[in-house]
Design a protein around this ligand. Sequence first.
Ligand SMILES: Cc1ncc(COP(=O)(O)O)c(C=O)c1O
Length: 351
Amino acid sequence: MEVTLENLVEASPHQNSKKAELIRASLGIGTILIRTSLPMQSSSPAVVMQNFLPIAYFEGQFRDFNDAKLSIATHALHYGTGAFGGLRGIPDPQNEGQVLLFRLDRHCQRLSTSARLLNYDLPAETIQAVLMDFVKKNQPQVSFYIRPFVYTSDLGISPRLHKVEKNFFVYGLELGDYLSPEGVTCRISSWYRQEDRSLPLRGKISGAYITSSLAKTEAVESGFDEAILMNSQGKVSEASGMNVFIVRNGKLITPGFEQDILEGITRDSILTVARDLGIEVVERPVDKTELFIADEVFLSGTAAKITPVRQVETYITPTHRPITTQLREKLTAITEGRDPAYEHWVFRVSL
Ligand SMILES: Cc1ncc(COP(=O)(O)O)c(C=O)c1O
């Protein structure tokens, strides 16, 4: 099999790729890039296969995804002065011709808040209207992910947020499971989560994702699936793009907002649902050791949904996961529009 920089797919040691195992063994490396025969729409080298939705929203217009292109001099590309959202949509299992978007309003509010942190006034209602149109134009038939992005669109140098043009684009891709629903192994990262005193962590600021990227690659290249980052106080903060939960003695525990976490919308949904189910919920600082001895550990995020953690460093987490399973089943029913009590979280778009 040819190893090439074109048409690549990432194979981590925990993905079930026989070919990957063979090459890894012969080359003696932890993570490899292998050529696959699967089709790719993007011509650029990529490490994850992606099927982009055909229509993007770019510079105030809907247009072909392939025609939505930025200049190499774009300000945000150099300074990380962008912010993004990420939300999931699924075809309504009960009604053909309808798509369900989970907590669309909250996602739009968070992106609007992130935009404000970039000195850009972009109302949540404007974002929401564009996203609804975006879905109608694309007519998605399978599960998908929408990536709206606000950014400093000026061409030129000088890191700043004042007197620079801003803009907003949206694209989407088909997305099934981002992490294995069977569970993942996690490494405690040598990289630490940033602090709010140096970066506004309440927004999803693109520049902040250098730390996530370093942590994820370090984890995967050393044989794990995911990274869990501590904060500068040495307490558990979050994973590369997910919040962290543990269960101990029947209590659901997660780091609070003061632990430099992103205010995850899935996290918020889990906490609400858990309380409604009568599960005791505690938001408090979590020590690294607790990850090793917890009864259950899971990650939460729009892309990851609820992903069980099978192992943290060398410590194996029990496979009996009653609370994780209960929450996951409940959240799945809610996102599929099957739970009337949470109907207000589900936005229905007729195609
Ligand atoms: C750094 C980080 N933390 C947590 C999350 C989870 O947030 P949400 O549940 O809103 O997707 C994400 C994903 O958006 C993220 O990027």
